[in-house]
Design a protein around this ligand. Structure first.
Ligand SMILES: C[S@@+](CC[C@H](N)C(=O)[O-])C[C@H]1O[C@@H](n2cnc3c(N)ncnc32)[C@H](O)[C@@H]1O
Length: 248
């Protein structure tokens, strides 16, 4: 595909991820994904490893895992590829165009996280579970499924809430309470995520992005409030966090 064809096909789609497709074409994602990449701390070298990206959407992190040498990458999703209210009505055309443009061998798997099992998909050295946990009405059940297909490192990124409470706790979001998005259900705090990961069998859990200090969160809450983004109380309590969890 030449550059002009690629540019016009990319322009015809709506993108969640910002992906460099090569030839100077970058998708116009609503998410500044390259900026998020360092926070996740994906291992630099994934040579020979198998990777499962749960909730992959346009596949930025799947393609990045492949670029870092993974022997096999499976991008798994359902809602943004098919679900009402998620997708852009274009199925997984974004993922597919990116895969073609990048000459990628990333496999795609249409599956709800609750249907993951070793029998259904096997087990993976590295599992990515980024930006999905808070979308699930039954997070502990989902983490059991995620743990069942993880045999090495799980990288989990999520909204956290109730930060600073001092004990494991989670906020519940009926209707559109978080970001006016009815697909958001739970915001656990760091200790709750750590507790859930331990309870589903991860023996070591590292908090990659610890909770910022209370003064920092207060200043940030005021900053966001002035821009009309959140209430002060919610801005003080909420953040996003990354965890690395290991089995044995
Ligand atoms: C906020 S996006 C995150 C996309 C990507 N992982 C990232 O971090 O940029 C949430 C993703 O989770 C997926 N998702 C939501 N519920 C899911 C479920 N029950 N099983 C699998 N994926 C789900 C959505 O389809 C969507 O692609």
């Amino acid at each position: 595909m030449n550059r002009d064809e690629l540019q016009s096909q990319a322009n015809a789609l709506r993108w969640y991820h910002t992906i460099d497709l090569g030839q100077g074409v970058v998708t116009r994602g609503v998410d500044n994904t390259p900026e998020r990449l360092p926070r996740v701390q994906l291992p630099e070298d994934l040579s020979g490893r198998s990777v499962l990206d749960i909730g992959a959407w346009d596949g930025f992190f799947s393609f990045e895992a492949e670029r870092r040498g993974a022997a096999r990458v499976v991008a798994c999703d359902y809602y943004s590829w098919h679900g009402v209210g998620w997708g852009t009505g274009q199925g997984k055309a974004g993922f597919q165009l990116a895969r073609t443009a990048l000459n990628s061998r990333v496999e795609d798997l249409d599956l709800d996280v609750l249907n993951l099992s070793p029998n259904a998909v096997g087990t993976f050295d590295v599992v990515l579970f980024l930006g999905v946990l808070y979308h699930l009405p039954n997070p502990l059940l989902a983490l059991e499924r995620v743990a069942s297909v993880s045999k090495g490192l799980l990288i989990l990124e999520t909204v956290v809430d109730m930060v600073g409470i001092g004990r494991p706790a989670a906020a519940f979001y009926p209707d559109g309470e978080l970001n006016n998005d009815p697909t958001n259900w739970w915001g656990p705090n760091h200790a709750a995520v750590q507790g859930m990961l331990a309870s589903v069998g991860f023996t070591r859990v590292e908090v990659i992005t610890p909770a910022p200090s209370a003064p920092y969160r207060a200043a940030r809450a005021v900053y966001h409030r002035l821009r009309g983004k959140n209430t002060l109380a919610a801005g003080f309590r909420q953040d996003r966090a990354v965890f690395h969890a290991y089995k044995a």
